[in-house]
Design a protein around this ligand. Structure first.
Ligand code: ATP
Ligand code: MG
Length: 653
């Protein structure tokens, strides 16, 4: 067996609990655990108190109206999200503080203060107004990670025009479907974006998409990469020309707390993406509060959420939460391994980032590349780390702790969804003792539980359905134009006041939550319910393995047989011996029942464009079925490759 790093092994083996250091605790914004009881006793009062983090044009009359499954928060309140993110900080003398340090993939830098962002948002808002955009009109945004992306979102918010951001890595058809679903009037895009040294042809994709988008009247294009582009007179404008002549004053539209702020589509991991609707007041309170206290934001922090703004993580924790909190952030345009695999660490060092928030898929890639890349840089500015998007395997957690946090930084493993709008299950870094792989506890004011099939709470150690039993301010209000799907998908399994998250979870004896992946991904092997995530974690625990995805295939004998798709670390060769070793390793870690029936070695795994493993496609492959919805698949070629390999099984029982 390949040698596992002794240090990592030691950290994992003793079931160690990671307590916040005395220093961290004493400086943390929240360090008194009584916050949990206080919030649980009177959640409405708790959220009413948190609502003071937002500036209201008119104060709300009522905290919440829960008419299950429909909810309204801060009824009667008026506010503007852009005002909260920008104007009030400039008015308070904070205009010179850096809002974003931006770095382009080819290496350019821009430093934008709150005043810079404010002025450009006003100009763009006036520009959009001149194109006829007004309150309630939808605007589609299809950009890479450039400063114009948050600026465009805030310009829309200023006018009360809901935005629908489409991730810049999507192809024309995905863009077309999202524009049509929202019936957007204007599209804001760029001529191109940089990714791994190549130009992503955004405008070209947009041209292809809008051929079939009758609602689009204007296309505003940011000049980023240069080159010639077809231009349709009357429809097309350059962003730079549109804002050039506009006045830098634009009164923010007073919005009702329940007015639509944006529409955003889910990742499409489990099926066709859903158009999630977020409104203004509760959302702003929810994201500002969670961002401030989970990331423990102090005035001197340099906070880096390395997600793409095209996902909810970017909406809530790159744009609305951090700007509402007057935080300084980092935006990076390109790939983490361009020009080399230390790009992120060079940015951390250069900007002296203090907080880094990224995804397990990225952490597993860093592990695969090896610690020599972070080791080349001074990461001593970091004081807090975060993760989101998938369950994080303990192995990856400990690697992150050791090599990125250099054994000093708490890690907040944050569970939430596009639907929830804000983080719901998470450590509080100055309070919570951490266990690698556990998202720990619900945020104060949040009531989460784990139910069995019949709606009874399951005891410690048993897996079940994660549910939320009380509304929270940033929750979605519906699925755009499909309220029926809202009710059906999330509120029909138990009763209309119980939100079904769609994820499996279990609690341990300390009441900590452990996320087990999607309900759809739970396998039934000879009558035992086994989560794909647990088998994957056991595989990744083997030092040869970089990443693994596990699915069940119907089997006449045992009901379902486990098939594992495994990516090995650089230099490892997947052969019969290794397959046997891995099968035995799983048997040792979990038990014989979980030993994969077949192991298929592959160069990569099918992932959504937000980096999540799409097990449903692997299930289709394992079952020899036609593939389901592939519009959100990032690496189409790999599915074909896996399909070919699946016919030449390695390591079959
Ligand atoms: P779709 O709903 O279209 O299938 P998706 O669920 O992947 O896509 P998102 O809203 O981006 O779309 O992701 C939310 C999901 O991500 C959660 O339901 C959960 O499965 C997973 N997730 C997010 N954070 C965590 C975490 N910290 N631990 C475990 N799982 C997480
Ligand atoms: Mg989902």
């Amino acid at each position: 067996m390949a040698k596992k790093e002794a240090a990592i092994d030691a950290l994992l083996s003793e079931n160690r609990v990671f307590e916040p250091s005395r220093d961290f605790r004493s400086r943390a914004l929240w360090n008194d655990p009584s916050i949990y009881e206080r919030a649980a006793k009177d959640p409405e009062a708790f959220w009413a108190e948190q609502a003071a983090s937002v500036s209201w044009l008119r104060k709300w009359d009522r905290v919440v109206e829960w008419n299950p499954p429909w909810v309204k928060w801060f009824l009667g309140g008026k506010l503007n999200a852009a005002y909260n993110c920008l104007d009030r900080h400039v008015e308070d003398g904070g205009g010179d503080k850096v809002a974003y340090y931006w770095e382009g993939e080819p290496g350019e830098e821009r430093v934008l203060t709150y005043r810079d962002v404010y002025l450009e948002v006003c100009r763009l808002a006036n520009g959009l107004k001149s194109l006829g955009v007004k309150k309630g009109d939808r605007v589609a945004i299809y950009l890479g990670m450039v400063p114009e992306l948050p600026i465009a979102m805030l310009a829309c918010a200023r006018l009360g025009a809901p935005h629908s951001v489409v991730f810049g890595g999507f192809a024309a058809s995905a863009l077309r479907d999202r524009i049509n679903d929202a019936e957007a009037k204007v599209l804001i895009t760029a001529d191109g974006g940089y990714r791994r040294g190549q130009v992503v042809p955004l405008k070209q994709n947009a041209e292809e998409a809008i051929r079939e988008c009758p609602s689009i009247r204007h296309v505003v294009t940011v000049r980023r990469t240069g080159g010639d582009h077809p231009f349709t007179a009357g429809r097309d404008l350059w962003y730079q020309d549109l804002i050039a002549e506009q006045p830098a004053e634009c009164p923010p539209e007073p919005m009702d707390a329940e007015d639509l702020l944006y529409i955003l589509y889910t990742s499409g991991t489990t099926g066709k993406p859903k158009g999630i609707v977020h409104t203004t007041g509760g959302y702003m309170v929810g994201v500002a509060t969670t961002h401030r206290f989970i990331f423990d934001i102090h005035d001197d922090d340099v906070y880096w959420c390395a997600a793409d703004i095209g996902w909810v993580t970017g909406h809530s924790y790159i744009v609305y939460g951090p700007l509402a909190n007057h935080a300084t952030g980092i935006l990076y345009e390109g790939a983490p391994d361009w020009p080399d695999k230390d790009r992120l660490w060079s940015i951390v060092e250069k900007r002296k980032a203090t907080i880094l928030y990224t995804a397990p898929t990225a952490i597993r890639a860093f592990m695969r590349w090896g610690p020599e890349y972070p080791d080349k840089h001074d990461l001593s500015s970091l004081r807090l780390l975060g993760t989101v998007g998938e369950p994080i395997n303990p192995e990856a957690w400990v690697w992150y702790w050791k090599y990125i946090g250099t054994e000093r930084c708490p890690i907040v493993d944050t569970w939430w969804q596009t639907e929830t709008g804000m983080i719901l299950i998470t450590p509080l870094p100055g309070i919570t003792a951490l266990k690698p792989g556990s998202a720990t506890r619900p945020f104060p004011g949040i009531e989460a539980d784990i139910y069995d099939e019949h709606g009874h709470t399951v005891g410690p150690g048993s897996g079940g359905y994660l549910v939320l039993k009380r509304p929270w301010p940033a929750m979605f209000r519906t699925i755009y134009k499909d309220p029926e799907r809202y009710v059906q998908t999330y509120f029909s399994k138990y009763s209309p006041d119980v939100y079904l998250a769609g994820d499996g979870a279990k609690r341990d004896d300390d009441g900590y939550f452990w996320l087990l992946g999607r309900i759809d991904d739970v396998m039934n092997v000879a009558g035992h319910r086994i989560s794909t995530y647990e088998v994957e974690s056991a595989l990744v625990d083997n030092p040869r393995v970089a990443e693994a995805a596990v699915v069940a295939k119907s089997d006449p004998e045992v009901g379902q047989a486990i098939v594992a798709f495994v990516t090995l670390k650089a230099g490892q060769v997947g052969d019969q011996t290794v397959a046997t070793e891995l099968r035995e390793h799983v048997a040792k870690v979990i038990g014989k029942i979980a030993r994969p029936h077949a192991i298929i070695f592959t160069d990569d795994l099918p992932k959504t464009r937000s980096g999540k493993i799409m097990r449903r496609l692997l299930r289709d492959v394992a079952e020899g079925r036609q593939l389901g919805d592939v519009t959100t698949l990032a690496n189409a070629e790999i599915v074909e490759q896996i399909r070919d390999m699946a016919s030449v099984r390695t390591g079959e029982d």
